[in-house]
Design a protein around this ligand. Structure first.
Ligand SMILES: Nc1ncnc2c1ncn2[C@@H]1O[C@H](COP(=O)(O)OP(=O)(O)O)[C@@H](O)[C@H]1O
Ligand SMILES: [Mg+2]
Length: 622
């Protein structure tokens, strides 16, 4: 409500200050933006099928003109019949033949073009999806994790993808409207300049109104988008599986519902402001139009009475007048459609223009030794969306093959440090050296060839289990490696009881799919991480609180494997965890606090005493 009220005032103030100039400035902006968008759309559609696109443009224009042709034809035939007062076969046949010829051509062309139109439509849709996926795949992880970009890409995917097709449709319809208006005016002007000028004076304010309304509507756009976004969030809170469950369990439904009603009222309010605006202008312009029509009709009537038009001329005048009227209406509606589609397309365009957060233009592929040393020097970092430093002068050196635990309070910066090591973000100050290469000069993809990162957010896509874990179907995976991965992650017992084993589909939504508990899913996801980590090229493994949802038994097995299994003895492991019980499985414990490594504990003795210290503190709390 508050939002709408602000916009209301904003609008009123603007309306009061509005002069002729205010009308032109936003309208000019619309024209410019529309042209830019249309150029970009035309580039896309002509790249798919240039011939088809040209044909549809011609078709759209011809369709408009056919109305004029029909009127003139009828007028001409009528004139001929009336002047000779006899219906002869030649005239009738000529008229019918002309009309049938036109219909035949129309039928044949639309049949011939139908299939091509479908393939064009599919190709366009496909192209837009490919672009979106390609763009998202090319962006770095840091950008994908950027909250404002997440929102933009959501809008681009849900609203922008279909907008290209709609833009193209409205462009076609706009071409038809412009041709109708143009042809109507030219014919009228040449037949009877006075009636032509009168018609133009009638048409111009109506077209002006459409531009004007669109320009004004933009003022409400932002408010509207924001309200819809809020509405979507509340809808989710009410009906999406997880948030919906919470709302029911905590009896928040009623409160959320009344918030929802508030937002609906906000949408309504906004729409009404626009409608009031429309009403005022529709009325004003409508009155002008009626007055102009009255003048035009009287002039036309006087011509009729005086008999100064031939039947052919009458037909043509009627045709072009009707062309002008339909043209005006089509122009207005296609303009609105065009503007709506353009707004949606804008999300897509902005998404496609987004630059990666990490500039990799000067980065290169690296070949690592199988015993890489990680050196972290005076790291300083804050997230792009904030200025609050998360890391400050953080330094540490990690030898190859070391098993390092990261501990510290929530929000201390453990995840951030691990992300920086994986080059998901680039530090603002300081350096990370991977085997002597400064991380900024290393292409992230080549670093990921040797680095495994398993994050807190491990989530399995609902596919066949083997494909979900490894990307390949079960016939193509390394069975032995998978067996070991399942053992280390404690997922072997989950898979053992599945009748279809690695061929099982994840998720009960599939015909013979299986549901799993959160802890089970985490273990399965971890099996996928281990499968990759067991690849001999993988020298460094990063695990960010991987066991948060698992039972004690699974945890014990997991940490034991990490600490003792020969397969991991040469691999470097960095892991953040909260459970002090398992710290003795590590060679080293880093306590992160105040944006840096506050304590660096090496050797079993130091780690054991730290562990006891924490255990005592916890016991004191109980
Ligand atoms: N994407 C992000 N944008 C802005 N701030 C973030 C983001 N992710 C984390 N932070 C902030 O950075 C700080 C450190 O977070 P994090 O590294 O996740 O801590 P930890 O893993 O130790 O719990 C926190 O204050 C958190 O709010
Ligand atoms: Mg964390």
């Amino acid at each position: 409500m508050v939002q709408a009220a602000v916009y209301d005032r904003h609008y009123d103030a603007k309306a009061k200050a509005a002069g002729v100039m205010q009308f032109f400035t936003p309208a000019r902006g619309i024209v410019r933006d529309t042209i830019t968008t249309l150029i970009s759309i035309n580039r896309i559609v002509t790249s798919i099928d240039r011939v088809y696109v040209t044909l549809t443009w011609v078709g759209s224009a011809t369709n408009s003109l056919s109305q004029l042709g029909l009127f003139t034809l009828v007028g001409g035939l009528l004139g001929h019949v009336v002047s000779s007062i006899k219906v002869d076969w030649v005239t009738v046949i000529a008229g019918i033949a002309l009309y049938l010829g036109y219909r035949l051509a129309e039928t044949v062309i639309s049949a011939a073009i139908g299939l091509r139109a479908k393939s064009f439509e599919l190709a366009l849709w496909n192209l837009m999806e490919e672009r979106i996926l390609g763009k998202l795949a090319s962006l770095d992880l840091g950008r994908l994790l950027d909250p404002s970009f997440m929102e933009l890409q959501r809008l681009a995917r849900y609203r922008g993808a279909g907008a290209a097709a709609r833009l193209w449709q409205s462009e076609r319809s706009l071409i038809g409207a412009v041709v109708a208006l143009g042809a109507g005016s030219v014919v009228l002007l040449s037949l009877d300049p006075i009636i032509g000028i009168l018609a133009l004076f009638t048409a111009a304010p109506m077209i002006g109104r459409d531009w004007f309304i669109e320009a004004k509507r933009r003022l409400f756009d932002e408010a509207e988008t924001l309200t819809y976004r809020k509405k979507y969030e509340v809808e989710n809170a009410l009906v999406a599986p997880r948030t919906g469950l919470r709302s029911r369990l905590w009896q928040l439904n009623n409160k959320y519902q009344s918030y929802f009603r508030e937002l609906v009222a906000e949408v309504r309010n906004n729409a009404l402001v626009i409608a009031r605006f429309d009403r005022r202008w529709n009325l004003t312009i409508g009155l002008v139009e009626v007055a102009m029509l009255a003048v035009m009709c009287s002039y036309f009537a006087s011509g009729l009475v005086e008999g100064s038009y031939t039947y052919l001329q009458l037909g043509a005048i009627g045709g072009s007048l009707s062309l002008l009227v339909t043209g005006m209406h089509r122009f207005g509606s296609s303009l609105t459609e065009l503007e709506n589609a353009r707004r949606d397309y804008d999300y897509l365009a902005r998404m496609l223009e987004t630059k990666p957060l990490v500039d990799e233009t000067h980065a290169q592929d690296i070949e690592l030794s199988d015993t890489p040393v990680l050196k972290i020097e005076n790291l300083t970092f804050s997230y792009p969306s904030t200025d609050i430093p998360v890391l400050e002068n953080c330094s540490v050196e990690i030898a190859s093959g070391e098993k390092v635990a990261l501990v510290g309070r929530n929000g201390a910066g453990k995840t951030t440090l691990l992300r920086l090591i994986a080059k998901i973000y680039v530090p603002a100050g300081g350096s990370i050296w991977i085997d002597g290469h400064e991380i900024r000069s290393v292409r992230q993809q080549s670093w990921l060839n040797h680095l495994l990162m398993a994050t807190q957010e491990l989530e399995l896509p609902g596919m066949e289990l083997a494909r979900s874990l490894t990307g390949s179907v079960s016939d193509n995976i390394d069975t032995d490696r998978m067996k070991r991965a399942l053992v280390y992650s404690g997922a072997d017992e989950i898979v053992a009881v599945l009748p279809q084993g690695m061929r099982t589909w994840i998720g009960e939504q599939w015909p013979s799919g299986r549901g799993f508990s959160t802890g089970q899913l985490q273990r399965l996801a971890l099996a996928g991480a281990f499968y990759r980590f067991l690849d001999p090229k993988m020298f460094v493994g990063i695990f960010d609180e991987p066991m948060a949802n698992c039972d004690v038994e699974t945890r014990a097995r997991f940490y034991q494997a990490i600490g003792k299994a020969a397969e991991f003895s040469r691999k470097t492991i960095l892991m953040s965890l909260h459970d002090p019980l398992y710290l003795h499985h590590f060679d080293r414990v880093l306590f992160i606090d105040g944006g840096r490594v506050a304590q660096d504990l090496r050797g079993q003795e130091a780690i054991a005493s730290y562990r006891n210290h924490i255990a005592m503190a916890l016991a004191g709390d109980l």
